[in-house]
Design a protein around this ligand. Structure first.
Ligand SMILES: Cc1ncc(C[n+]2csc(CCOP(=O)(O)OP(=O)(O)O)c2C)c(N)n1
Length: 624
Protein backbone atom coordinates (compact mmCIF):
# COMPACT_ATOMS: atom_id res chain seq x y z
CA UNK A 1 0.00 0.00 0.00
CA UNK A 2 1.51 3.32 -1.09
CA UNK A 3 -1.24 5.94 -0.74
CA UNK A 4 1.07 8.94 -0.43
CA UNK A 5 3.33 7.91 -3.29
CA UNK A 6 0.30 7.13 -5.46
CA UNK A 7 -0.84 10.72 -5.06
CA UNK A 8 2.44 12.21 -6.26
CA UNK A 9 2.27 13.16 -9.88
CA UNK A 10 4.85 15.93 -9.80
CA UNK A 11 7.18 17.59 -7.28
CA UNK A 12 4.39 20.09 -6.46
CA UNK A 13 2.60 17.24 -4.69
CA UNK A 14 5.64 16.65 -2.46
CA UNK A 15 5.53 20.25 -1.29
CA UNK A 16 1.96 19.81 -0.02
CA UNK A 17 2.92 17.12 2.49
CA UNK A 18 3.57 17.66 6.19
CA UNK A 19 6.79 16.54 7.80
CA UNK A 20 5.25 13.37 9.18
CA UNK A 21 3.74 12.61 5.78
CA UNK A 22 7.14 13.13 4.16
CA UNK A 23 8.56 10.59 6.59
CA UNK A 24 5.82 8.12 5.65
CA UNK A 25 6.43 8.87 1.99
CA UNK A 26 10.08 7.89 2.48
CA UNK A 27 8.98 4.52 3.82
CA UNK A 28 6.57 3.97 0.94
CA UNK A 29 9.34 4.79 -1.54
CA UNK A 30 11.66 2.31 0.15
CA UNK A 31 9.00 -0.41 -0.16
CA UNK A 32 8.47 0.44 -3.81
CA UNK A 33 12.20 0.32 -4.59
CA UNK A 34 12.67 -3.01 -2.83
CA UNK A 35 9.66 -4.63 -4.55
CA UNK A 36 10.16 -3.33 -8.09
CA UNK A 37 13.92 -3.87 -8.19
CA UNK A 38 13.54 -7.42 -6.90
CA UNK A 39 11.98 -8.12 -10.32
CA UNK A 40 13.94 -5.80 -12.63
CA UNK A 41 17.31 -5.62 -10.87
CA UNK A 42 19.02 -2.26 -10.55
CA UNK A 43 20.89 0.07 -8.21
CA UNK A 44 19.05 -0.70 -5.01
CA UNK A 45 21.62 0.30 -2.37
CA UNK A 46 22.45 3.77 -3.75
CA UNK A 47 18.77 4.64 -4.10
CA UNK A 48 17.76 3.43 -0.64
CA UNK A 49 20.46 5.78 0.62
CA UNK A 50 19.11 8.94 -0.99
CA UNK A 51 15.38 8.65 -0.30
CA UNK A 52 15.18 11.46 2.30
CA UNK A 53 17.77 13.54 0.46
CA UNK A 54 15.83 13.46 -2.80
CA UNK A 55 12.52 14.17 -1.05
CA UNK A 56 14.06 17.20 0.68
CA UNK A 57 15.55 18.47 -2.57
CA UNK A 58 12.17 18.29 -4.28
CA UNK A 59 10.47 19.86 -1.26
CA UNK A 60 12.74 22.91 -1.36
CA UNK A 61 13.62 23.36 -5.02
CA UNK A 62 11.44 23.36 -8.07
CA UNK A 63 12.38 21.23 -11.04
CA UNK A 64 12.24 21.59 -14.01
CA UNK A 65 12.80 25.33 -13.40
CA UNK A 66 15.64 24.46 -11.03
CA UNK A 67 18.18 21.95 -12.27
CA UNK A 68 19.19 18.72 -10.54
CA UNK A 69 22.22 16.81 -11.74
CA UNK A 70 23.03 13.40 -10.29
CA UNK A 71 26.56 12.09 -10.77
CA UNK A 72 26.46 8.74 -12.60
CA UNK A 73 22.71 9.11 -11.98
CA UNK A 74 22.34 5.52 -10.86
CA UNK A 75 20.81 6.99 -7.67
CA UNK A 76 18.08 8.95 -9.50
CA UNK A 77 15.27 6.37 -9.11
CA UNK A 78 13.68 8.33 -6.25
CA UNK A 79 13.83 11.46 -8.40
CA UNK A 80 12.04 9.50 -11.13
CA UNK A 81 9.36 8.41 -8.67
CA UNK A 82 8.71 12.01 -7.63
CA UNK A 83 8.69 13.52 -11.11
CA UNK A 84 5.72 11.91 -12.80
CA UNK A 85 7.20 8.50 -13.54
CA UNK A 86 5.73 6.52 -10.69
CA UNK A 87 3.26 4.67 -12.89
CA UNK A 88 5.99 3.51 -15.25
CA UNK A 89 8.45 2.79 -12.48
CA UNK A 90 7.87 -0.98 -12.57
CA UNK A 91 9.23 -0.93 -16.15
CA UNK A 92 12.63 0.44 -15.13
CA UNK A 93 15.51 -1.15 -17.07
CA UNK A 94 13.14 -3.38 -19.01
CA UNK A 95 12.73 -3.16 -22.79
CA UNK A 96 10.76 -0.07 -23.74
CA UNK A 97 10.59 0.98 -20.07
CA UNK A 98 12.27 3.68 -18.02
CA UNK A 99 16.03 3.92 -18.31
CA UNK A 100 18.08 3.19 -15.19
CA UNK A 101 19.81 6.55 -15.45
CA UNK A 102 18.81 10.18 -16.03
CA UNK A 103 17.80 10.77 -19.61
CA UNK A 104 17.00 14.15 -21.14
CA UNK A 105 14.56 12.51 -23.52
CA UNK A 106 12.70 10.77 -20.69
CA UNK A 107 11.54 13.76 -18.67
CA UNK A 108 11.77 17.53 -18.48
CA UNK A 109 12.97 16.98 -14.90
CA UNK A 110 16.11 15.24 -16.19
CA UNK A 111 18.14 18.22 -17.26
CA UNK A 112 21.29 16.24 -17.84
CA UNK A 113 21.92 12.58 -18.69
CA UNK A 114 24.72 10.46 -17.25
CA UNK A 115 25.96 6.93 -16.59
CA UNK A 116 29.67 7.55 -16.27
CA UNK A 117 31.05 8.98 -13.05
CA UNK A 118 32.49 12.41 -12.44
CA UNK A 119 30.47 14.48 -14.90
CA UNK A 120 27.99 16.24 -12.61
CA UNK A 121 30.05 19.14 -11.30
CA UNK A 122 31.44 20.24 -14.66
CA UNK A 123 28.06 20.01 -16.37
CA UNK A 124 26.33 21.75 -13.45
CA UNK A 125 28.84 24.58 -13.67
CA UNK A 126 28.11 24.89 -17.39
CA UNK A 127 24.40 25.13 -16.64
CA UNK A 128 25.00 27.67 -13.86
CA UNK A 129 27.20 29.87 -16.04
CA UNK A 130 24.67 29.71 -18.88
CA UNK A 131 21.98 30.78 -16.39
CA UNK A 132 24.13 33.71 -15.20
CA UNK A 133 24.80 34.78 -18.77
CA UNK A 134 21.13 34.59 -19.70
CA UNK A 135 20.08 36.49 -16.57
CA UNK A 136 18.24 33.62 -14.87
CA UNK A 137 17.87 33.04 -11.10
CA UNK A 138 17.09 29.36 -11.00
CA UNK A 139 19.05 27.01 -8.75
CA UNK A 140 21.51 24.41 -9.92
CA UNK A 141 22.09 21.48 -7.58
CA UNK A 142 24.65 18.79 -8.34
CA UNK A 143 24.55 15.64 -6.22
CA UNK A 144 27.72 13.56 -6.31
CA UNK A 145 28.80 10.55 -4.26
CA UNK A 146 32.02 10.47 -2.25
CA UNK A 147 33.61 8.24 -4.88
CA UNK A 148 32.89 10.84 -7.57
CA UNK A 149 35.51 12.92 -5.77
CA UNK A 150 38.12 10.32 -6.75
CA UNK A 151 37.51 11.31 -10.38
CA UNK A 152 39.94 13.77 -11.90
CA UNK A 153 37.19 15.67 -13.69
CA UNK A 154 35.45 16.43 -10.41
CA UNK A 155 38.63 18.18 -9.27
CA UNK A 156 38.96 20.00 -12.58
CA UNK A 157 35.46 21.35 -11.99
CA UNK A 158 36.17 22.29 -8.37
CA UNK A 159 39.18 24.24 -9.56
CA UNK A 160 36.97 26.20 -11.90
CA UNK A 161 33.73 26.81 -10.00
CA UNK A 162 34.40 29.82 -7.77
CA UNK A 163 35.88 31.86 -10.62
CA UNK A 164 32.88 31.20 -12.86
CA UNK A 165 29.73 31.49 -10.77
CA UNK A 166 28.39 32.67 -7.44
CA UNK A 167 25.45 30.30 -7.32
CA UNK A 168 25.89 26.56 -7.40
CA UNK A 169 24.99 23.97 -4.77
CA UNK A 170 27.02 20.80 -4.62
CA UNK A 171 25.71 17.97 -2.48
CA UNK A 172 28.39 15.52 -1.45
CA UNK A 173 26.49 12.31 -0.75
CA UNK A 174 28.94 10.54 1.52
CA UNK A 175 28.18 6.89 2.29
CA UNK A 176 31.84 5.84 2.40
CA UNK A 177 31.24 3.45 -0.45
CA UNK A 178 32.06 3.47 -4.11
CA UNK A 179 30.85 0.10 -5.44
CA UNK A 180 33.43 -1.45 -3.19
CA UNK A 181 34.75 0.50 -0.21
CA UNK A 182 35.86 3.94 -1.42
CA UNK A 183 39.64 4.21 -1.55
CA UNK A 184 42.47 6.72 -1.48
CA UNK A 185 43.33 9.98 0.21
CA UNK A 186 40.00 11.65 -0.59
CA UNK A 187 38.10 8.85 1.15
CA UNK A 188 40.30 9.18 4.25
CA UNK A 189 39.90 12.94 4.17
CA UNK A 190 36.10 12.75 4.18
CA UNK A 191 36.33 10.24 6.97
CA UNK A 192 38.54 12.61 8.95
CA UNK A 193 35.97 15.40 8.67
CA UNK A 194 33.18 13.30 10.14
CA UNK A 195 35.24 11.80 12.91
CA UNK A 196 36.66 15.09 14.17
CA UNK A 197 35.54 15.90 17.76
CA UNK A 198 34.81 19.47 16.64
CA UNK A 199 32.22 18.13 14.22
CA UNK A 200 30.49 16.17 16.93
CA UNK A 201 30.31 19.20 19.24
CA UNK A 202 28.88 21.37 16.52
CA UNK A 203 26.54 18.66 15.39
CA UNK A 204 25.07 18.32 18.89
CA UNK A 205 24.52 22.07 19.13
CA UNK A 206 22.83 22.06 15.76
CA UNK A 207 20.65 19.14 16.81
CA UNK A 208 19.57 21.01 19.96
CA UNK A 209 18.66 24.02 17.92
CA UNK A 210 16.66 21.83 15.59
CA UNK A 211 14.78 20.48 18.60
CA UNK A 212 14.01 24.04 19.76
CA UNK A 213 12.48 25.11 16.46
CA UNK A 214 10.70 21.77 16.00
CA UNK A 215 6.94 21.99 15.80
CA UNK A 216 6.92 25.57 14.52
CA UNK A 217 5.75 26.59 11.09
CA UNK A 218 7.88 26.13 8.00
CA UNK A 219 8.41 29.90 7.71
CA UNK A 220 9.79 30.14 11.23
CA UNK A 221 11.93 27.09 10.57
CA UNK A 222 13.29 28.74 7.46
CA UNK A 223 14.22 31.87 9.41
CA UNK A 224 16.10 29.77 11.90
CA UNK A 225 17.80 27.84 9.15
CA UNK A 226 20.69 30.22 8.75
CA UNK A 227 21.38 30.03 12.45
CA UNK A 228 21.26 26.27 12.41
CA UNK A 229 23.47 25.99 9.39
CA UNK A 230 25.98 28.35 10.98
CA UNK A 231 26.33 25.97 13.87
CA UNK A 232 26.83 23.10 11.55
CA UNK A 233 29.73 24.77 9.85
CA UNK A 234 33.01 22.94 10.18
CA UNK A 235 36.01 24.49 8.50
CA UNK A 236 37.00 22.16 5.70
CA UNK A 237 40.23 23.11 4.11
CA UNK A 238 39.92 21.39 0.76
CA UNK A 239 36.65 22.98 -0.31
CA UNK A 240 37.35 26.36 1.27
CA UNK A 241 40.68 26.49 -0.59
CA UNK A 242 38.75 25.96 -3.81
CA UNK A 243 36.67 29.01 -2.92
CA UNK A 244 33.55 27.03 -1.99
CA UNK A 245 31.72 27.43 1.28
CA UNK A 246 31.51 24.10 3.08
CA UNK A 247 28.51 23.09 5.22
CA UNK A 248 28.01 19.90 7.08
CA UNK A 249 28.20 17.10 7.65
CA UNK A 250 24.46 16.72 8.05
CA UNK A 251 22.38 13.60 8.60
CA UNK A 252 21.12 12.58 5.18
CA UNK A 253 18.17 10.68 6.65
CA UNK A 254 16.75 13.57 8.65
CA UNK A 255 14.24 15.17 6.31
CA UNK A 256 13.58 18.18 8.57
CA UNK A 257 17.23 19.00 8.89
CA UNK A 258 17.81 18.58 5.17
CA UNK A 259 14.88 20.84 4.32
CA UNK A 260 16.08 23.55 6.68
CA UNK A 261 19.59 23.34 5.32
CA UNK A 262 18.53 23.53 1.67
CA UNK A 263 16.22 26.45 2.46
CA UNK A 264 19.21 28.25 3.89
CA UNK A 265 21.64 27.30 1.12
CA UNK A 266 19.27 28.52 -1.51
CA UNK A 267 19.56 32.06 -0.13
CA UNK A 268 23.35 32.18 -0.54
CA UNK A 269 25.18 34.05 -3.22
CA UNK A 270 28.25 31.90 -3.30
CA UNK A 271 28.98 28.37 -4.42
CA UNK A 272 28.65 25.82 -1.64
CA UNK A 273 29.31 22.20 -0.83
CA UNK A 274 26.89 20.48 1.50
CA UNK A 275 28.35 17.34 3.00
CA UNK A 276 25.57 14.83 3.67
CA UNK A 277 26.09 11.52 5.45
CA UNK A 278 23.92 8.70 4.16
CA UNK A 279 23.77 4.95 4.57
CA UNK A 280 23.81 2.87 1.42
CA UNK A 281 21.05 0.25 1.40
CA UNK A 282 19.20 1.88 4.29
CA UNK A 283 15.99 0.17 5.31
CA UNK A 284 16.65 -3.22 3.71
CA UNK A 285 18.72 -5.38 5.99
CA UNK A 286 20.45 -7.52 3.34
CA UNK A 287 21.51 -4.32 1.53
CA UNK A 288 22.73 -2.65 4.71
CA UNK A 289 24.85 -5.71 5.42
CA UNK A 290 26.14 -6.38 1.90
CA UNK A 291 26.63 -2.94 0.47
CA UNK A 292 28.85 -4.11 -2.37
CA UNK A 293 26.42 -6.73 -3.61
CA UNK A 294 23.44 -4.38 -3.44
CA UNK A 295 25.10 -1.47 -5.20
CA UNK A 296 23.70 -2.86 -8.42
CA UNK A 297 22.33 -6.34 -9.04
CA UNK A 298 19.88 -8.48 -10.96
CA UNK A 299 16.59 -9.80 -9.56
CA UNK A 300 16.60 -10.96 -5.92
CA UNK A 301 14.22 -12.27 -3.29
CA UNK A 302 12.50 -9.19 -1.79
CA UNK A 303 12.35 -10.86 1.64
CA UNK A 304 15.85 -12.26 1.98
CA UNK A 305 17.87 -10.50 -0.72
CA UNK A 306 19.02 -13.88 -2.05
CA UNK A 307 20.01 -14.04 -5.72
CA UNK A 308 20.10 -17.05 -8.03
CA UNK A 309 23.60 -18.48 -8.55
CA UNK A 310 24.96 -18.23 -12.11
CA UNK A 311 26.22 -21.80 -12.14
CA UNK A 312 29.35 -21.18 -14.20
CA UNK A 313 32.21 -18.71 -14.18
CA UNK A 314 31.59 -15.42 -15.95
CA UNK A 315 34.07 -14.07 -18.47
CA UNK A 316 35.16 -11.58 -15.77
CA UNK A 317 35.89 -14.43 -13.37
CA UNK A 318 37.80 -16.42 -15.97
CA UNK A 319 39.80 -13.27 -16.70
CA UNK A 320 40.63 -12.63 -13.03
CA UNK A 321 41.55 -16.27 -12.30
CA UNK A 322 43.72 -16.44 -15.43
CA UNK A 323 45.63 -13.28 -14.56
CA UNK A 324 46.04 -14.55 -10.99
CA UNK A 325 47.60 -17.74 -12.41
CA UNK A 326 49.89 -15.72 -14.65
CA UNK A 327 50.95 -13.58 -11.68
CA UNK A 328 51.78 -16.73 -9.69
CA UNK A 329 54.34 -17.67 -12.31
CA UNK A 330 55.57 -14.20 -13.23
CA UNK A 331 56.65 -11.67 -10.58
CA UNK A 332 56.26 -8.80 -13.05
CA UNK A 333 52.51 -9.20 -13.47
CA UNK A 334 50.32 -6.68 -11.62
CA UNK A 335 46.60 -5.89 -11.93
CA UNK A 336 44.90 -2.50 -11.82
CA UNK A 337 41.24 -1.60 -11.43
CA UNK A 338 39.52 1.77 -11.47
CA UNK A 339 37.07 1.22 -8.59
CA UNK A 340 35.62 -1.97 -10.05
CA UNK A 341 37.10 -4.92 -8.13
CA UNK A 342 33.69 -6.54 -8.09
CA UNK A 343 32.55 -5.85 -11.65
CA UNK A 344 35.86 -6.90 -13.18
CA UNK A 345 36.17 -9.79 -10.66
CA UNK A 346 39.63 -8.56 -9.73
CA UNK A 347 38.58 -9.11 -6.10
CA UNK A 348 39.42 -12.77 -6.86
CA UNK A 349 42.90 -11.70 -7.98
CA UNK A 350 43.21 -9.51 -4.86
CA UNK A 351 42.49 -12.54 -2.66
CA UNK A 352 45.47 -14.40 -4.14
CA UNK A 353 47.88 -11.51 -4.78
CA UNK A 354 47.04 -8.58 -2.49
CA UNK A 355 50.54 -7.18 -3.06
CA UNK A 356 50.09 -7.05 -6.84
CA UNK A 357 46.64 -5.49 -6.84
CA UNK A 358 45.91 -1.77 -7.22
CA UNK A 359 42.57 0.04 -6.96
CA UNK A 360 43.07 3.64 -8.08
CA UNK A 361 39.50 4.90 -7.58
CA UNK A 362 37.20 6.05 -10.39
CA UNK A 363 40.17 7.32 -12.33
CA UNK A 364 40.52 5.53 -15.66
CA UNK A 365 42.80 8.17 -17.18
CA UNK A 366 45.11 7.90 -14.18
CA UNK A 367 44.92 4.10 -14.24
CA UNK A 368 46.31 4.04 -17.79
CA UNK A 369 49.11 6.49 -16.94
CA UNK A 370 49.88 4.63 -13.72
CA UNK A 371 50.22 1.42 -15.75
CA UNK A 372 52.40 3.19 -18.32
CA UNK A 373 54.79 4.29 -15.59
CA UNK A 374 54.93 0.76 -14.17
CA UNK A 375 55.58 -0.69 -17.62
CA UNK A 376 58.60 1.58 -18.16
CA UNK A 377 60.13 -0.14 -15.14
CA UNK A 378 59.60 -3.64 -16.47
CA UNK A 379 56.30 -4.53 -14.81
CA UNK A 380 53.50 -6.11 -16.83
CA UNK A 381 50.30 -4.30 -15.86
CA UNK A 382 46.91 -5.83 -16.69
CA UNK A 383 44.47 -2.91 -16.57
CA UNK A 384 40.90 -4.15 -16.19
CA UNK A 385 38.43 -1.50 -17.30
CA UNK A 386 35.02 -1.92 -18.93
CA UNK A 387 35.11 -1.05 -22.62
CA UNK A 388 32.79 1.91 -22.06
CA UNK A 389 34.87 3.39 -19.21
CA UNK A 390 38.15 2.94 -21.07
CA UNK A 391 36.87 5.70 -23.36
CA UNK A 392 38.07 7.97 -20.53
CA UNK A 393 41.59 6.63 -20.93
CA UNK A 394 41.88 7.21 -24.65
CA UNK A 395 44.44 10.02 -24.67
CA UNK A 396 46.98 8.28 -22.43
CA UNK A 397 46.49 5.07 -24.43
CA UNK A 398 47.63 7.00 -27.49
CA UNK A 399 50.11 9.45 -26.00
CA UNK A 400 51.69 7.35 -23.27
CA UNK A 401 51.18 3.65 -23.85
CA UNK A 402 51.12 3.23 -27.63
CA UNK A 403 53.45 6.05 -28.61
CA UNK A 404 56.06 4.66 -26.25
CA UNK A 405 55.14 1.10 -27.23
CA UNK A 406 54.75 0.05 -23.61
CA UNK A 407 53.63 -3.48 -22.73
CA UNK A 408 50.39 -2.64 -20.96
CA UNK A 409 47.43 -5.02 -21.33
CA UNK A 410 43.94 -3.50 -21.47
CA UNK A 411 41.35 -6.02 -20.34
CA UNK A 412 38.07 -4.69 -21.61
CA UNK A 413 35.16 -6.23 -19.78
CA UNK A 414 31.60 -5.67 -21.09
CA UNK A 415 32.92 -5.51 -24.67
CA UNK A 416 29.72 -5.55 -26.71
CA UNK A 417 26.15 -4.82 -25.79
CA UNK A 418 25.70 -4.48 -22.07
CA UNK A 419 21.92 -4.95 -22.06
CA UNK A 420 19.73 -3.40 -19.39
CA UNK A 421 22.17 -0.62 -18.40
CA UNK A 422 21.73 0.96 -21.81
CA UNK A 423 23.71 3.31 -24.04
CA UNK A 424 25.99 4.73 -21.35
CA UNK A 425 27.27 1.25 -20.64
CA UNK A 426 27.32 -0.58 -23.98
CA UNK A 427 30.89 -1.35 -25.03
CA UNK A 428 30.38 -0.80 -28.73
CA UNK A 429 33.20 1.53 -29.71
CA UNK A 430 36.52 0.10 -28.53
CA UNK A 431 37.56 -1.46 -31.84
CA UNK A 432 37.05 1.81 -33.66
CA UNK A 433 38.74 3.94 -31.04
CA UNK A 434 41.71 1.59 -30.68
CA UNK A 435 42.42 0.21 -34.11
CA UNK A 436 43.52 3.56 -35.51
CA UNK A 437 46.29 3.75 -32.93
CA UNK A 438 49.66 2.36 -34.03
CA UNK A 439 51.31 -0.49 -32.09
CA UNK A 440 48.24 -1.85 -30.30
CA UNK A 441 47.06 -5.45 -30.68
CA UNK A 442 43.30 -5.99 -30.31
CA UNK A 443 42.10 -9.51 -29.44
CA UNK A 444 38.60 -10.95 -29.12
CA UNK A 445 38.22 -14.48 -27.72
CA UNK A 446 35.56 -16.90 -28.99
CA UNK A 447 35.19 -18.52 -25.55
CA UNK A 448 36.59 -18.67 -22.01
CA UNK A 449 39.55 -20.89 -22.90
CA UNK A 450 40.63 -18.60 -25.69
CA UNK A 451 40.35 -15.65 -23.29
CA UNK A 452 42.92 -17.37 -21.05
CA UNK A 453 45.15 -17.99 -24.09
CA UNK A 454 44.87 -14.38 -25.17
CA UNK A 455 45.79 -13.09 -21.72
CA UNK A 456 48.84 -15.35 -21.81
CA UNK A 457 49.66 -14.09 -25.32
CA UNK A 458 49.33 -10.52 -24.06
CA UNK A 459 51.69 -11.27 -21.19
CA UNK A 460 54.33 -12.50 -23.63
CA UNK A 461 53.79 -9.66 -26.11
CA UNK A 462 56.28 -6.85 -25.81
CA UNK A 463 53.99 -4.01 -26.87
CA UNK A 464 50.53 -2.72 -25.91
CA UNK A 465 47.56 -5.03 -26.27
CA UNK A 466 43.86 -5.11 -25.57
CA UNK A 467 41.60 -8.08 -24.93
CA UNK A 468 37.86 -7.57 -25.17
CA UNK A 469 35.27 -9.94 -23.73
CA UNK A 470 31.53 -9.79 -23.14
CA UNK A 471 29.43 -9.33 -20.05
CA UNK A 472 28.24 -12.41 -18.19
CA UNK A 473 28.81 -16.04 -18.97
CA UNK A 474 30.20 -17.50 -22.19
CA UNK A 475 29.60 -20.85 -23.85
CA UNK A 476 31.18 -22.64 -20.87
CA UNK A 477 34.33 -23.86 -22.61
CA UNK A 478 36.70 -25.71 -20.31
CA UNK A 479 39.81 -23.70 -19.59
CA UNK A 480 43.03 -25.69 -20.13
CA UNK A 481 45.37 -26.02 -17.19
CA UNK A 482 48.17 -24.29 -19.07
CA UNK A 483 47.32 -21.53 -21.53
CA UNK A 484 48.80 -21.57 -25.03
CA UNK A 485 50.23 -18.59 -26.90
CA UNK A 486 48.39 -17.52 -30.04
CA UNK A 487 50.45 -16.16 -32.95
CA UNK A 488 49.68 -12.44 -33.16
CA UNK A 489 47.44 -11.62 -36.11
CA UNK A 490 46.51 -15.21 -36.97
CA UNK A 491 42.88 -16.13 -37.46
CA UNK A 492 41.61 -19.66 -36.96
CA UNK A 493 39.70 -21.57 -39.61
CA UNK A 494 37.03 -23.63 -37.87
CA UNK A 495 35.21 -25.01 -40.87
CA UNK A 496 35.98 -25.12 -44.59
CA UNK A 497 35.27 -27.29 -47.60
CA UNK A 498 37.59 -26.25 -50.39
CA UNK A 499 34.63 -24.93 -52.42
CA UNK A 500 33.18 -22.34 -50.05
CA UNK A 501 31.00 -19.75 -51.72
CA UNK A 502 30.75 -17.79 -48.48
CA UNK A 503 33.44 -16.96 -45.90
CA UNK A 504 32.17 -15.98 -42.47
CA UNK A 505 34.64 -13.95 -40.42
CA UNK A 506 33.36 -14.03 -36.88
CA UNK A 507 34.81 -11.88 -34.13
CA UNK A 508 34.79 -13.03 -30.51
CA UNK A 509 31.51 -14.12 -29.01
CA UNK A 510 29.67 -13.94 -32.34
CA UNK A 511 30.78 -17.46 -33.17
CA UNK A 512 27.48 -19.23 -32.37
CA UNK A 513 25.80 -16.89 -34.84
CA UNK A 514 28.45 -17.72 -37.46
CA UNK A 515 27.82 -21.43 -36.99
CA UNK A 516 24.07 -20.91 -37.22
CA UNK A 517 24.45 -19.07 -40.52
CA UNK A 518 26.84 -21.69 -41.87
CA UNK A 519 24.56 -24.59 -41.03
CA UNK A 520 21.53 -22.84 -42.50
CA UNK A 521 23.51 -22.28 -45.70
CA UNK A 522 24.63 -25.91 -45.71
CA UNK A 523 21.02 -27.03 -45.55
CA UNK A 524 20.45 -24.92 -48.68
CA UNK A 525 23.42 -26.56 -50.40
CA UNK A 526 25.78 -23.58 -50.00
CA UNK A 527 29.21 -24.27 -48.51
CA UNK A 528 30.54 -21.65 -46.12
CA UNK A 529 33.86 -21.34 -44.31
CA UNK A 530 33.77 -20.26 -40.68
CA UNK A 531 36.75 -18.27 -39.49
CA UNK A 532 37.34 -17.21 -35.91
CA UNK A 533 39.04 -13.88 -36.63
CA UNK A 534 40.60 -13.55 -33.15
CA UNK A 535 42.26 -10.23 -33.98
CA UNK A 536 40.63 -6.93 -34.91
CA UNK A 537 44.19 -5.66 -35.16
CA UNK A 538 46.45 -6.76 -36.74
CA UNK A 539 44.12 -8.48 -39.17
CA UNK A 540 45.04 -11.79 -40.73
CA UNK A 541 45.71 -10.30 -44.13
CA UNK A 542 46.64 -13.63 -45.75
CA UNK A 543 43.32 -15.17 -44.65
CA UNK A 544 41.36 -12.20 -45.97
CA UNK A 545 43.26 -12.38 -49.24
CA UNK A 546 42.64 -16.13 -49.53
CA UNK A 547 38.87 -15.90 -49.07
CA UNK A 548 38.65 -12.54 -50.80
CA UNK A 549 39.90 -14.33 -53.91
CA UNK A 550 38.09 -17.66 -53.53
CA UNK A 551 34.68 -16.87 -52.02
CA UNK A 552 31.81 -15.01 -53.69
CA UNK A 553 30.91 -13.06 -50.60
CA UNK A 554 32.37 -12.40 -47.16
CA UNK A 555 30.30 -12.00 -44.02
CA UNK A 556 31.72 -10.22 -40.97
CA UNK A 557 30.07 -10.56 -37.56
CA UNK A 558 30.86 -8.31 -34.60
CA UNK A 559 29.22 -7.19 -31.37
CA UNK A 560 30.41 -3.66 -32.04
CA UNK A 561 29.43 -0.53 -33.95
CA UNK A 562 29.75 -1.06 -37.69
CA UNK A 563 31.31 2.37 -38.16
CA UNK A 564 35.04 1.86 -37.84
CA UNK A 565 34.63 -1.66 -36.49
CA UNK A 566 35.96 -5.07 -37.52
CA UNK A 567 33.97 -5.27 -40.77
CA UNK A 568 35.26 -1.84 -41.74
CA UNK A 569 38.79 -3.05 -41.11
CA UNK A 570 38.20 -6.09 -43.37
CA UNK A 571 36.87 -3.80 -46.12
CA UNK A 572 39.93 -1.57 -45.82
CA UNK A 573 42.19 -4.60 -46.09
CA UNK A 574 40.38 -5.89 -49.16
CA UNK A 575 40.73 -2.47 -50.73
CA UNK A 576 44.44 -2.43 -49.94
CA UNK A 577 44.73 -5.86 -51.57
CA UNK A 578 42.89 -4.56 -54.65
CA UNK A 579 39.99 -6.98 -54.15
CA UNK A 580 36.38 -6.00 -54.60
CA UNK A 581 34.71 -9.05 -53.07
CA UNK A 582 31.38 -7.99 -51.59
CA UNK A 583 31.32 -7.82 -47.78
CA UNK A 584 28.16 -8.09 -45.72
CA UNK A 585 28.79 -6.53 -42.34
CA UNK A 586 26.65 -7.45 -39.36
CA UNK A 587 27.05 -5.26 -36.27
CA UNK A 588 25.38 -2.32 -34.55
CA UNK A 589 24.16 0.62 -36.66
CA UNK A 590 25.43 4.17 -36.39
CA UNK A 591 23.16 5.23 -33.54
CA UNK A 592 23.07 4.90 -29.76
CA UNK A 593 21.38 1.65 -28.81
CA UNK A 594 18.79 1.83 -26.05
CA UNK A 595 18.66 -0.47 -23.02
CA UNK A 596 16.97 -3.84 -23.30
CA UNK A 597 17.46 -7.56 -23.48
CA UNK A 598 20.41 -8.39 -25.76
CA UNK A 599 18.46 -11.00 -27.74
CA UNK A 600 15.59 -8.62 -28.40
CA UNK A 601 17.91 -5.78 -29.36
CA UNK A 602 19.85 -8.04 -31.72
CA UNK A 603 16.60 -8.96 -33.40
CA UNK A 604 15.51 -5.35 -33.65
CA UNK A 605 18.80 -4.20 -35.18
CA UNK A 606 19.43 -7.16 -37.45
CA UNK A 607 22.26 -8.93 -35.62
CA UNK A 608 20.66 -12.28 -36.37
CA UNK A 609 21.25 -15.28 -38.57
CA UNK A 610 18.04 -14.50 -40.45
CA UNK A 611 19.22 -10.98 -41.33
CA UNK A 612 22.63 -12.26 -42.42
CA UNK A 613 21.10 -15.07 -44.48
CA UNK A 614 18.72 -12.73 -46.28
CA UNK A 615 21.64 -10.59 -47.43
CA UNK A 616 23.79 -13.58 -48.38
CA UNK A 617 21.01 -15.11 -50.48
CA UNK A 618 20.57 -11.83 -52.26
CA UNK A 619 24.27 -11.72 -53.12
CA UNK A 620 24.29 -15.31 -54.31
CA UNK A 621 21.07 -14.88 -56.26
CA UNK A 622 19.27 -17.55 -54.22
CA UNK A 623 15.52 -17.30 -53.81
CA UNK A 624 13.73 -19.31 -51.15
C1 LIG B 1 33.82 6.54 -15.49
C2 LIG B 1 33.14 5.49 -14.66
N1 LIG B 1 33.85 4.53 -14.07
C3 LIG B 1 33.25 3.58 -13.33
C4 LIG B 1 31.90 3.60 -13.16
C5 LIG B 1 31.20 2.49 -12.39
N2 LIG B 1 30.54 3.02 -11.19
C6 LIG B 1 29.22 3.26 -11.16
S1 LIG B 1 28.72 3.86 -9.72
C7 LIG B 1 30.26 3.76 -9.05
C8 LIG B 1 30.51 4.12 -7.63
C9 LIG B 1 29.88 5.40 -7.32
O1 LIG B 1 30.12 5.68 -5.98
P1 LIG B 1 29.59 7.04 -5.41
O2 LIG B 1 29.78 8.13 -6.42
O3 LIG B 1 30.20 7.26 -4.08
O4 LIG B 1 28.03 6.81 -5.31
P2 LIG B 1 27.22 5.75 -4.43
O5 LIG B 1 26.89 4.62 -5.34
O6 LIG B 1 28.09 5.31 -3.29
O7 LIG B 1 26.03 6.48 -3.99
C10 LIG B 1 31.16 3.27 -10.00
C11 LIG B 1 32.59 3.03 -9.76
C12 LIG B 1 31.18 4.63 -13.80
N3 LIG B 1 29.85 4.72 -13.72
N4 LIG B 1 31.83 5.56 -14.52
Amino acid sequence: MTPLLDAIHSPADVKRLSLSELTRLAEEIRGELITVLSRTGGHLGPNLGVVELTIAMHYVFETPRDHFLFDVSHQAYVHKLLTGRRERFSTIRTPGGLNGFMLRTESEHDCYGAGHAGTALSAALGIAVARDKLGGREHVVALAGDAAFTCGITHEALNNISTQTKRLIIVLNDNKWSIDKNVGAVASYFNKIVTTPQYHRLYERAAKLVEKVGGKSAAQVARKAEEAAKFMLVPSVIFEEFGLKYYGPVDGHDIAELIRTFQFLKTLDRPVVLHVMTQKGRGFEPAEEKQKKFHGLGPYDPETGETAPLGQRTYSEVFADSVANLASGNPRVVAITAAMPNGTALDRFRAVHPDKYYDVGIAEEHAVLFAAGMATQGLKPFVAIYSTFLQRGFDPIVHDVCLQNLPVVFCMDRGGLSGDDGPTHHGLFDISYLRGVPNIVHMDPKDEDELADMLYTAMLHEGPSAVRYPRGVGPGAEVKEKPAAIPIGKAEVLQHSGHDRVAIFSLGAMLPLAREVASALASEGVAAAVINARFAKPLDSAMIALYGRSAEVLLTLEDHALAGGFGSAVLEELSRLGLSTPVIRIGWPDQFIEHGKPDELRKKYGLTAAAALAQIRQHLGITV
